[in-house]
Write a protein that binds this ligand. Structure first.
Ligand SMILES: [Zn+2]
Length: 134
């Protein structure tokens, strides 16, 4: 297993990364209008409320878009790999990796679910893998 750069944790994102370390995919949900948002930020972009709760996501979604980065080659990555925008069931999107499938088999609209990967340097990242019955 390779290593990964550790995420930058801020007061706004700490709940998310603490959840990931425990195997939970947490999303911010506005306490006023109920909409989900990601990445975490202090204010709701729709109603401007500063009140929110951390809610566990279903972990299911679909591939909205994806790329296979090639240059510049990063020493800690194994090539080829897929960077995707996954649209979660909750209606918000997340930038992530698609794993457990050949990069050439990834398709827009593919049903995926979250999986948590622990790298050699202790970094835990949420990644997505195709649903079995696709
Ligand atoms: Zn709101």
């Amino acid at each position: 297993m390779s290593t990964r750069l550790a995420p930058t944790v801020t007061p706004d994102t700490a709940f998310f990364w603490e959840g990931v370390a425990e195997g939970w995919l947490l999303l911010q949900r506005c306490a006023a209008c109920g909409r989900f948002r990601h990445p975490p930020r202090p204010m709701c972009p729709w109603c401007r409320s500063l009140e929110w709760k951390a809610v566990e996501a279903s972990g299911r979604g679909t591939v909205f878009s994806f790329v296979m980065p090639a240059h510049p080659e990063l020493p800690f990555m194994e090539y080829p790999y897929v960077v995707a925008v996954v649209e979660l069931e909750e209606g918000t999107r997340m930038v992530t990796n698609i794993v457990g499938v050949g990069p050439g088999e990834v398709r827009m609209g593919m049903a995926v679910h979250v999986t948590f990967e622990t790298f050699d340097n202790g970094v835990v990242l949420p990644q997505f893998t195709p649903e079995v019955d696709r």
